[in-house]
Design a protein around this ligand. Sequence first.
Ligand SMILES: NC(=O)c1ccc[n+]([C@@H]2O[C@H](COP(=O)([O-])OP(=O)(O)OC[C@H]3O[C@@H](n4cnc5c(N)ncnc54)[C@H](OP(=O)(O)O)[C@@H]3O)[C@@H](O)[C@H]2O)c1
Length: 351
Amino acid sequence: MISGWTIVVDRGDLAGTEVLRDEPPSASDLSDCEVLLRVSRVGLTANNVTYGVIGDAIGYWGFFPAGGPGRGVIPLWGFADVVESTVDALPVGTRVYGYLPMASHLVVRARLTSSGFVDTADHRAELPAVYNSYLVTSSDPAYDASLEDLQVLYRPLFFTSFLLADQLADNDFHGARTVVISSASSKTAFGTAHRLRSRGVRLVGLTSPRNVEFTTGLGLYDAVLPYGAPVDVEPSVYLDFSGSPDVRSALHDRLGADLVEDISIGLTHQATSQDPRTSSFFAPDRLRKRTADWGAQGLAERFGEAWHAFTAQAGEWVAIAHHTGPEGLVEVWQAVLSGGADPGTADVITF
Ligand SMILES: NC(=O)c1ccc[n+]([C@@H]2O[C@H](COP(=O)([O-])OP(=O)(O)OC[C@H]3O[C@@H](n4cnc5c(N)ncnc54)[C@H](OP(=O)(O)O)[C@@H]3O)[C@@H](O)[C@H]2O)c1
């Protein structure tokens, strides 16, 4: 018998994990339009921790309900294979990319699209649509089997970088010519820097003292400063990936009216305080706008071009550490959650 497993975390203390062993669904458990996926390869970064930190506010706990009251399943991005199917167009062996649970298996109710399918399960209906879409690799022009590791790590993050950089340029950087970026060592931040490099703005990265060398070595920022070091006083936009109230306050104190826009994107420091001086960037909102402006095809073409330019270099910046099984996944989760991870290494887990 194939064994199944699900990793549940304590919503109040994300370091509290338990591996639940269970028997996965079989063909006879599937209703019409349902497909059983076997999770195969996933990435795990600080972004997945954010799903837990703001799980209640944004609804991230709702995607893969399991574990009972007070517990939940953290979503991951990755590849899975169809192992049982009631849908002719999604036969056994189909490989898909999308939003997956920390679990060995997932049942989806598939509505076919031109690029794959949408999971129409009732409990996902109210959640942001971008997370419910799955790409079938054989019909994804951007898919390259040799780049699966880069895809599970970077694609959701770089999509945010792409949309954020686009929004800034669309707003002419709010009149500023300097962009200050916190948690500059994070993948979403340096992906944004990669997109902004040729746009005529000066890029200043802020990072932890121990990550200055790595961040400087990326060669993407014009200057890299440790947290606490003074930035030049000039009209600036702040892109906040850290969520640190201290870093934000120090910038406001130093720049005053020269801080023309303060945009919150992430919270790697795991603080959830709201600050009225900040506007929030939520990638699914920008995605809706650009899908309306450019059409799905126009967006895919623009993103594909940016993605190819990024992946051509990304493999040189960060080494990939491979892990296996639910135990490997729990180890990586604890390391990423505690912030002890080296930004020069990224984690991929296979099952
Ligand atoms: N709004 C959106 O739509 C959207 C989309 C994608 C990502 N994001 C957010 O962007 C942020 C970056 O995500 P990522 O996956 O790119 O991160 P990542 O590559 O895993 O970032 C690692 C970096 O984050 C900082 N960090 C990580 N854990 C920490 C901890 N426990 N304490 C203090 N600092 C810690 C450190 O950077 P420093 O030393 O440089 O601070 C570390 O080098 C996340 O908060 C994510 O949720 C938002």
